[in-house]
Design a protein around this ligand. Sequence first.
Ligand code: UD1
Ligand code: MG
Length: 466
Amino acid sequence: MSKKYSILILAAGEGTRMRSSSIPKVMHTLCGVPLIQRVIKASMPIPQEKIGIVVGYGNEKIKEELKKQKNIELIPQKKQMGSGNAVQSAKNWLQHVSKSSSHILVVCGDTPLISSETLLSFCNFHLKQENNASILSFKTSQPFGYGRIVRDQNLRVQKIVEEKDATLEEKNIDEVNSAIYCFEIKKLLEILPHLKNNNAKKEYYLTDVIEHFYNKRLKVDAFQSGARNGLAIKETMGINTRVELSMAEEFLQEKIRNYWMEQGVTMLNPSSIYIEEKVTIGKDTLLLPQTMLLGATKIGERCKIGPSSFIENSNIGENTVVRASFIYGSTIGNKVEIGPYTHLRTGSVVQDEARIGNFTEIKNSNIGKETKVSHLAYIGDSILGEKINVGAGAITCNFDGKNKHKTTIGSQSFVGSNVNLIAPVKVGARSVLAAGSTITEDVPSDSLAIERTSLVIKKGWVKKRK
Ligand code: UD1
Ligand code: MG
């Protein structure tokens, strides 16, 4: 396909049915990605001159989201008066792009499951048939809410009727509008000024342009998606409510989980496991129920993750076990054991064969090879060498109320239970910090540091008190 197309994405609507107080509809996310980004990504493979997005409600949020995508032009729609009015708002832009492209692909920002393959086939169909307007339609047993494709006695597409304006007979039509269209730009520009808002919603519907094309005896046809694969009905699904958002999410999740199972990952109770699209998982890894893998997380081979683990933007090596833990922005080596109930915060590095145990929090710290922080500890802004044992309740006191300070502990040292390390502080290699000590000064290598008042035992004291 030569570069005959420009692309217009409609994203100005508030999305009233989402019942959000602050998020424009196209900024709701599916598997962590805003709806608008999914539509843009699907449109990119269409050979194109320009991409324009009509924005209105919540446009600041959309601008912020798209600020790095330089090749996209944002077109304001001042008042949200319907999808037809959204395209009317793009009149100047359309006139401008008509100099370099003769056709426009119009996609709605709330159709996030659409694939590039379907869009490409649709755009090819439009050009091959030499249509003036084409609609991407689909058949469904649940047409409620969609515009129905009305055909004349010769089965030519005559118009689209919206749910609220449809007669009983029209409501029974099972071919519906996906709100994805191709138009010859010049013809569309001629028709746009003639749209009226004499309908149930008092809006200027883009769907009404079809009847104008038909009445002018221009060539209009619908390309029915779904003939080739059973998934297409969901691909063309529009998201208008939170329920539909969750249906789309479940559809994507099932696809992602099935993909990883086919790649050699085992999942117990897969429907309880949530995996975002950028995540990668090695073979023979076992994912246990209630596990969430988010962002750019990478999990190596033969790991055991879960039950109930949350891992975001983290790298996990091979043969590592993570039980019921939260891990953010961290790097974990091979044969590491994490959890249960560990919290690894951003910037943590846990080297091979280390163990981080229950109710332990690690932040922005390096935990050396074979080092064990097994129970109830807090390690923040620290560098721990290899083969260190950190006892229960040991804490790095990294914050003085104003600034954060570093703790360094040399390899093979022993940190007794309930030790407080007042940072900044350095402990050399092979040293022992006695249980209960508060370490306020650097401790050289091969030393014992003990900081306790002497134990006083008063025999018979209890009896005397009585
Ligand atoms: C629309 C179609 C319907 C189709 C369905 C498919 C119309 C009139 N109806 O209905 O035939 O079956 O999609 O999902 O188009 N928008 C603006 N500015 C506005 C209003 C809407 O930019 O003033 C944008 C929205 O952001 C959205 C798109 O237009 O991306 C469609 O609007 P929406 O309200 O979702 O229309 P539907 O009722 O879903
Ligand atoms: Mg919609």
